[in-house]
Design a protein around this ligand. Structure first.
Ligand SMILES: Cc1cc2nc3c(=O)[nH]c(=O)nc-3n(C[C@H](O)[C@H](O)[C@H](O)COP(=O)(O)OP(=O)(O)OC[C@H]3O[C@@H](n4cnc5c(N)ncnc54)[C@H](O)[C@@H]3O)c2cc1C
Ligand SMILES: *[C@@H]1O[C@H](CO)[C@@H](O)[C@H](O)[C@H]1NC(C)=O
Ligand SMILES: *[C@@H]1O[C@H](CO)[C@@H](O)[C@H](O)[C@H]1NC(C)=O
Ligand SMILES: *[C@@H]1O[C@H](CO)[C@@H](O)[C@H](O)[C@H]1NC(C)=O
Ligand SMILES: *[C@@H]1O[C@H](CO)[C@@H](O)[C@H](O)[C@H]1NC(C)=O
Ligand SMILES: *[C@@H]1O[C@H](CO)[C@@H](O)[C@H](O)[C@H]1NC(C)=O
Length: 520
């Protein structure tokens, strides 16, 4: 059984490129190749990575590009919606997607590019204090905050173990194993302990910890929560406006790509409306979920997972929960992850008097909630709130809204998660270009996957690389460190683990310190 699976996988890797060409035969009207619009670089998707790729091209004086975007706006998963209403009857703006600037920057040290943009455009944010949490169970308030401290201490030990594994080229473990090695191994029925660490246990120990390290050690371990009423994406749209005109003809909104064909000469993109574009190069920034659902780049991507993180927003006619606390943790007696974490927007420092509360569910429980009707989900949450605050009479919400990330055809999930028992090499294959088609986005970042900064760096890198190739600026030297640009490495044969020297800039690693010592 095991062998058979390995063989299929190995075969698929060898078949890699051929697979690509035959993938996905569309059932949409299809223009003749000769009638396609021509551009030099096609940028598929207008989220953070797409915008940044376009800016990097502009910065390198490549102005002939086209951005093709499914939605009616740029910004991608930095997505907000109007919600509820204020005293004047105007809706508030809430973030369906990204909500924090994660890792700000140290004085004099490197700054998170997202934080730099937040400052440049005066984005309204506030320090997100994870210690400012009250704990509850099915009988109401129950102080188990010491369990949060214990779990945090175990996480530190797990992180150090992860560093040893990475450095010494050892076998990766699950996050759960790492926590157990760190002394955190709660009993199945100890639901307060189960609630105190609700991170996905089935992800990679090494790569999860490395990514956390990159963000918190390189920048800072401070996260700021965004509640700007222009929406988080205002910083990306404003930055786009520095190099794109209003209604720039290079931006094609409301356009769904249904097929991508590539060769060594160029890339042809077919859209659902029957139009097509030929380009000398293309950068595909679609989410891992979109790639997996469309049978594009099959081989390298199926192993990586798309996690779902669903925020469910409620507005009430009053703030019946403690007004000065940011987080409320709930331990359900039966099910880990059952509406586990509530957040208040009604805090004086956030959006006072908004009476908005939201609860987050992830993965299995997010998929479940996303399949349910609003009414069903609202009923379940009201039950939880009545358990948490038994002394209160809790009114029905006056507004209720949540996204269905797992079925949005332009995302198919929230952000990528790195499963255990994968390697740097497998991730590089996800990141590798195939001919003139490049890949960028949150998921291709080995160091900041899952974060806005991952999308930002990967978009910039793809834009820079393509510009450098076009302008013959690539220096190929034998040392990987000096290989400034050129096609990305694809590993035809995968090894279980990767030597430490491979965690280098050429593979999208390094450049910042994430372990105590720098690779190379
Ligand atoms: C609920 C949630 C919470 C998050 N919280 C945070 C956070 O707090 N902090 C943080 O740093 N990050 C957070 N993230 C992650 C962050 O949002 C992403 O890392 C980042 O926005 C990804 O940018 P991207 O450009 O790689 O991809 P995307 O934003 O997905 O951009 C890809 C673009 O391609 C378009 N597209 C897709 N398919 C097609 C098609 N077939 N044809 C044409 N266009 C298409 C999409 O519409 C989209 O605009 C969160 C994400 C979610 C969903
Ligand atoms: C493009 O150049 C501007 C001005 O120097 C800079 O602020 C921006 O970060 C650059 N963008 C990218 C993606 O490199
Ligand atoms: C959260 O912080 C506020 C002050 O900003 C404080 O009044 C409140 O007691 C804190 N709550 C918890 C649970 O720590
Ligand atoms: C994370 O950083 C800590 C030091 O802050 C280090 O001990 C550990 O090895 C690092 N782990 C990984 C996986 O990078
Ligand atoms: C909110 O509504 C409930 C009834 O649903 C009511 O009892 C309560 O007084 C209202 N609160 C305010 C502040 O109006
Ligand atoms: C690069 O490596 C090849 C093969 O190992 C060798 O023949 C060549 O001389 C090297 N070039 C440089 C510039 O070191």
């Amino acid at each position: 059984m095991y062998l058979a699976i390995m063989q299929i996988y190995y075969f698929a890797v060898l078949a890699g490129l051929a697979d690509w060409a035959t993938a996905h035969i569309p059932h949409y009207p299809r223009a003749q190749e000769g009638t396609c619009k021509k551009t030099t670089v096609a940028i598929l998707g207008g989220g953070v990575a797409g915008i940044t790729a376009a800016q990097a091209l502009s910065n390198a004086s490549v102005h002939d590009f086209a951005i093709i975007e499914y939605r009616d706006t740029l910004g991608g998963r930095a997505w907000h919606e109007p919600f509820g209403k204020n005293k004047d009857g105007k809706p508030y703006i809430i973030e369906m997607g990204a909500n924090w600037v994660q890792g700000l920057g140290n004085p004099g040290g490197p700054q998170n590019p997202i934080w730099e943009l937040a400052q440049k455009y005066n984005l309204k944010t506030h320090y997100s204090n994870y210690d400012n949490v009250s704990t509850y169970n099915q009988h109401g308030y129950s102080d188990y905050s010491h369990l949060l401290d214990e779990s945090a201490a175990a996480t530190d030990i797990a992180s150090a173990k992860a560093g040893e594994i990475l450095r010494n080229n050892l076998q990766d473990q699950t996050a759960q194993t790492g926590l157990a090695l760190g002394g955190w191994n709660p009993k199945k029925h100890d639901m307060e302990a189960q609630a105190s660490n609700f991170s996905p246990l089935e992800s990679s120990l090494v790569f999860g910890m490395a990514s956390t390290n990159f963000t918190s050690n390189t920048f800072s371990d401070h996260d700021n929560f965004v509640f700007d009423q222009r929406g988080f994406n205002t910083i990306f749209l404003s930055e786009a406006a520095t190099f794109l005109k209003k209604d720039d003809p290079r931006v094609h909104l409301n356009t769904q790509v249904v097929d991508i064909a590539y060769s060594d000469e160029g890339v042809t993109i077919h859209n659902k409306d029957g139009s097509c574009i030929t380009a000398a190069y293309a950068v595909c920034t679609f989410s891992l979920g979109v790639l997996q659902n469309n049978a594009w780049k099959q081989t390298a991507i199926q192993k990586f997972a798309m996690g779902t993180y669903t925020k469910i927003f409620m507005q009430f006619n009053e703030t019946f929960w403690p007004e000065n606390t940011q987080y409320f943790l709930y331990a359900d007696p039966l099910q880990r992850g059952w509406y586990p974490i509530f957040q208040s927007l009604s805090m004086p420092e956030f959006i006072p008097e908004s009476n908005i509360l939201f609860v987050t569910v992830t993965n299995e429980l997010a998929w479940r909630a996303e399949r349910q009707s609003d009414e069903h989900t609202r009923g379940e949450i009201m039950d939880v709130l009545r358990k948490m605050f038994p002394e209160k009479t809790i009114p029905e919400p006056t507004a209720f809204l949540y996204p269905r990330w797992s079925t949005e055809p332009w995302a198919y999930g929230s952000y990528s998660n790195w499963p255990p028992a994968t390697s740097l090499e497998e991730h590089e294959n996800l990141r590798a270009n195939t001919g003139r088609l490049w890949f960028a986005g949150e998921a291709t970042s080995p160091t900041y996957f899952g974060f806005l900064q991952g999308a930002w760096y990967e978009g910039r890198d793809a834009g820079r690389q393509i510009a450098a190739i076009m302008q013959n600026r690539c220096v190929h030297v034998n040392s990987t460190k000096l290989r400034e640009c050129g096609p990305r490495r694809h590993y035809a044969i995968l090894h279980g683990t990767s030597p430490f020297k491979d965690y280098a800039a050429v593979n999208g690693w390094g450049g910042n310190s994430f372990l105590d010592t720098n690779p190379e």
